[in-house]
Design a protein around this ligand. Structure first.
Ligand code: JFZ
Length: 459
């Protein structure tokens, strides 16, 4: 289906929207953080592993625990150490992330800020405002900051989980333990907490809503448009995702994490959110961000050892950028806030690659090729009217010749991005050949830059 993009919400011109989105489109790479009471349970319940795969931030739902039992077990284990947030911010900065999105509240309903409208939050329980600590630490590293905020709530006693067959809840199918519920009271609480989060912590760059279903979404479920308007009234430049809704116009083709549609009417949000997968092609005119875990769980689990290789993580970043998307890569800190060693080493490896090659990701747009046998391509248009193709070579040619299916004239030039070593360019009928050394400079992805006048002409 051809992507359909309307350009702006009512009251915002396309130019104004492009300006608001500019930093996000240029950023390309952010760090996701899932951290809450579930982090202390670490995938273990009553001394036994709940599983070795899948989201352990859902552990309350996986063990069907009511909120009282869950809180009793989880709260004593959740003990954030001093300075945890500075560690997160450093990990993100060193990896080359330009923004950090962290869970202000996940489905369990425990809020990380010091809320005045509830008592199931870090302020009430721990006498700490963890949101303030995180926001300040992230900003101190010069990064943009955003909240992942769950509209699903497994704690609040007015949340009418019976209204949806598709949304998860630990008590799904059971009567409300406290008798009749009034969902409008939950929605008022949701709005009030979000208002606290966008009023009391300075500039907020992103609001990453999560999530709605086809049978319970938008106005009916969350008073969504009013919620978005209230957020924008306090944070006019904020960027929001599409997950208050679950309709085709908002970029969804159904339920499931991969059920996206390449379209977005900006009244439903600013970007669409493929989860745990990379779309096969780009989506011209639609802003999108793939969010992914490093193993298979968003929240920390001591049992999940299925860590993706550094090669996979770096090539995912490149693949996503080559299609014009952003990569939101997740870490799941432990109960004390410390970052698992496997995640630290992976982020350091990404940072080392980005140090020498970040120019081929930041501020680029999707490459002009449907597919390249040896790798991926991003591009950047210079002010001088010349275009730079960043050729990310995964499979280095054995014959010393990198063939690119693009026609160039004699003004074309090429160089190795890391070290800027010039490379000879030969134009041919099947495209352009670039003379390269026999050995790949980087075994994960070596970047060759091909620069030319005007726009690339694919052959
Ligand atoms: C959601 C959360 O449930 C998950 O814990 C994590 O925070 C992720 C980033 O977002 O994941 C989803 C979203 C949608 C569906 C299932 C899980 N769905 O449509 O079935």
């Amino acid at each position: 289906m051809a992507p359909i993009a309307l350009w702006a919400m009512p009251g915002e011109t396309r130019e104004q929207r492009d300006e608001r989105m500019r930093w996000w489109r240029e950023a390309r790479f952010g760090m996701f953080v899932h951290w809450g009471l579930y982090s202390g349970l670490s995938g273990t319940w009553e001394g036994k592993p709940v599983g070795t795969r899948g989201g352990m931030e859902w552990i309350q739902e996986r063990v069907k625990a009511d909120t009282g039992m869950y809180a009793k077990r989880a709260i004593p284990l959740f003990q954030p150490k001093k300075g945890f947030a500075r560690e997160w911010a450093r990990v993100a900065k060193q990896a080359g992330c330009r923004y950090v999105v962290f869970t202000s509240k996940h489905h369990e309903g425990f809020a990380l800020h010091d809320s005045k409208v509830g008592d199931y939050d870090a302020g009430s329980v721990l006498k700490r405002d963890l949101v303030k600590e995180i926001v300040n630490a992230v900003r101190a590293e010069g990064l943009r900051v955003g909240y992942y905020h769950s509209v699903i709530d497994w704690h609040h006693d007015q949340y009418e989980y019976g209204r949806s067959k598709q949304l998860p809840h630990p008590l799904k199918g059971k009567p409300y333990p406290n008798g009749q519920r009034d969902h409008s009271k939950y929605v008022a609480y949701l709005h009030a907490q979000v208002d606290e989060l966008v009023s009391d912590y300075g500039p907020v760059d992103i609001l990453w809503w999560d999530y709605s279903s086809q049978d319970f979404q938008g106005e009916e479920a969350w008073r969504a448009f009013e919620l978005m308007d209230k957020v924008r009234a306090k944070q006019p430049k904020i960027i929001m995702n599409n997950r208050l809704f679950r309709i085709p116009q908002a970029g969804f083709s159904g339920m499931g994490t991969a059920a996206i549609a390449p379209r977005l009417d900006p009244k439903y949000g600013d970007f669409i959110t493929p989860e745990q997968h990379i779309p096969t092609t780009g989506m011209p005119g639609v802003d999108w961000e793939t969010c992914m875990t490093m193993n298979t769980t968003w929240g920390y689990s001591e049992h999940d050892r299925a860590w993706k290789s550094n090669e996979t993580l770096i090539r995912n970043l490149i693949d996503i950028a080559s299609k014009g998307g952003n990569y939101l890569l997740n870490i799941g800190p432990k109960a004390d806030g410390s970052v698992p060693a496997e995640s630290v080493q992976a982020m350091e490896a990404i940072g080392a690659w980005m140090k020498g090659n970040g120019e081929s990701v930041y501020g680029t747009t999707a490459g002009p090729f449907e597919k390249l046998a040896w790798g991926r391509c991003t591009q950047k248009r210079g002010r001088n009217g010349r275009t730079r193709l960043y050729l990310h070579v995964f499979d280095w040619p054995g014959d010393g010749k990198l063939t690119v299916p693009v026609a160039v004239d004699q003004s074309a030039s090429a160089f190795l991005l890391a070290g800027r070593k010039k490379l000879a360019v030969t134009a041919g009928e099947r495209g352009t050949a670039i003379a390269v050394a026999n050995d790949a400079p980087d075994k994960i992805a070596s970047v060759v830059v091909l620069e030319m006048n005007g726009s690339p002409r694919v052959v």
